[in-house]
Design a binder for this molecule. Structure first.
Ligand code: SAH
Length: 337
């Protein structure tokens, strides 16, 4: 720029950053006579850069726009940095349901449509989140560019930073945010920082995935209790004893890694070897698959079929109901044929 003042008036300025936080900067430069074009991600920014003669980066996470900064520098364009406007941002914890798009709630869809930033654990098929939140910056916290999982505290910190900068932040989680979803930790972190946070409940896989396979978690005359338990760590013998004693349906999430110890533990506690069981993998999606077994055959059947996560394990009389219904239908068909 040869020491001469750069003239904002009349220049075409690319303003890169999440739109709500950058709104104040946009108004400022427009008032100075610049023609402002906006981009909230490096990809669209690179295209827009072709016509710009000044780049302004205004984002809570300027690092994510580094490719844009480098491209501008290579082209000899001046690059300015502005702090995004701090405002009354907020966080909404949204339950995304078990997988099928049409099992998202109406409220989840409307909150996503209004989001500035969406933190997801992994992008859904065909980048559905991008379609549901067309204006938002999508942050995949399942994997970082270097394929490292982002830690829970880093996720919380990033969300708080974005909300403090004025963004309308959505944290999208599978199923319901409060069912083994660490939703409450995020809620506590936000309230400790004085950030407004609300929850949109979601359809939890613990009920919907068995249902998608035709298994009711309760059925009149069959059971009047169902327990949902995490199988992430092996169940303790006291838990196995209590679950057996309840005599209801046992629903296990994250339980494939501990399946063998769960099944043998329940047998040890005296549960019938003939107790019906089911494993429902990828429920409500195109890959849904159900495997029926008994408690005695559960581990071997699962292994033979190569059952894997994500799966919901159902142990209890209700697991036999879909097949019983089918058998009755076949018998009726036989009788009427
Ligand atoms: N908050 C989620 C559960 C998170 S724990 C909810 O309410 O559903 C993750 C576990 O959920 C997985 O290991 C698996 O046991 C279960 N799960 C989630 N979605 C599933 C699906 N579509 N099919 C089968 N299991 C699923």
């Amino acid at each position: 720029m040869n020491g001469t003042a750069f003239e904002i008036k009349g220049c075409t300025l690319l303003l890169a950053g999440e739109r709500r936080g950058a709104r104040g900067a946009a108004e400022h430069f427009i008032a100075q006579g610049a023609q402002v074009i906006s981009a909230d991600n490096p990809e669209s920014g690179l295209v827009a850069l072709e016509t710009a003669n000044l780049l302004v980066i205004c984002d809570a996470f300027p690092q994510r726009l580094q490719p844009l900064r480098e491209a501008a520098q290579r082209r000899g364009l001046p690059v300015l940095t502005r702090q995004p406007v701090s405002g009354s941002g907020q966080i909404t914890l949204v339950g995304g349901g078990p997988g099928a798009l049409d099992l998202l709630t109406v409220r989840a869809v409307s909150v996503l449509a209004d989001a500035d930033m969406v933190f997801v654990d992994r992008l859904g098929p065909g980048d559905l989140v991008r379609k549901l939140a067309p204006q938002a910056v999508i942050v995949d916290v399942g994997k970082q560019p270097g394929h490292h999982k982002v830690s829970q505290s880093q996720i919380e910190e990033q969300m708080l930073t974005a909300a403090k900068a004025g963004s309308n932040v959505v944290r999208l989680k599978g199923g319901d945010p409060f069912v083994f979803g660490r939703g409450f930790e995020e809620m506590a972190a936000a309230s400790k920082s004085g950030i407004a946070i609300s929850v949109v409940p979601g359809l939890s896989s613990c009920i919907t995935v068995p249902a998608a396979a035709g298994i009711p978690v309760t059925a009149r005359g069959v059971n009047r209790v169902f327990s949902v338990i995490s199988g992430h760590d092996p169940l303790e013998s006291q838990q196995l004893e209590q679950l057996t004693g309840l005599g209801g349906t046992i629903i296990i999430l994250m339980g494939m890694g501990t399946l063998e110890s769960t099944a043998s533990g329940l047998l040890r506690q005296g549960m019938a070897a003939t107790m019906p069981c089911a494993i429902v993998e990828s429920g409500t999606t195109g890959e849904q698959r159900t495997t029926f077994a008994t408690l005695a055959t559960l581990t071997a059947t699962s292994r033979a079929r190569g059952c894997a996560n994500p799966a919901v394990i159902v142990i209890g009389e209700v697991a036999a109901l879909p097949q019983r219904l089918l058998a009755e239908e076949m018998a009726n068909f036989g009788a009427s044929a």
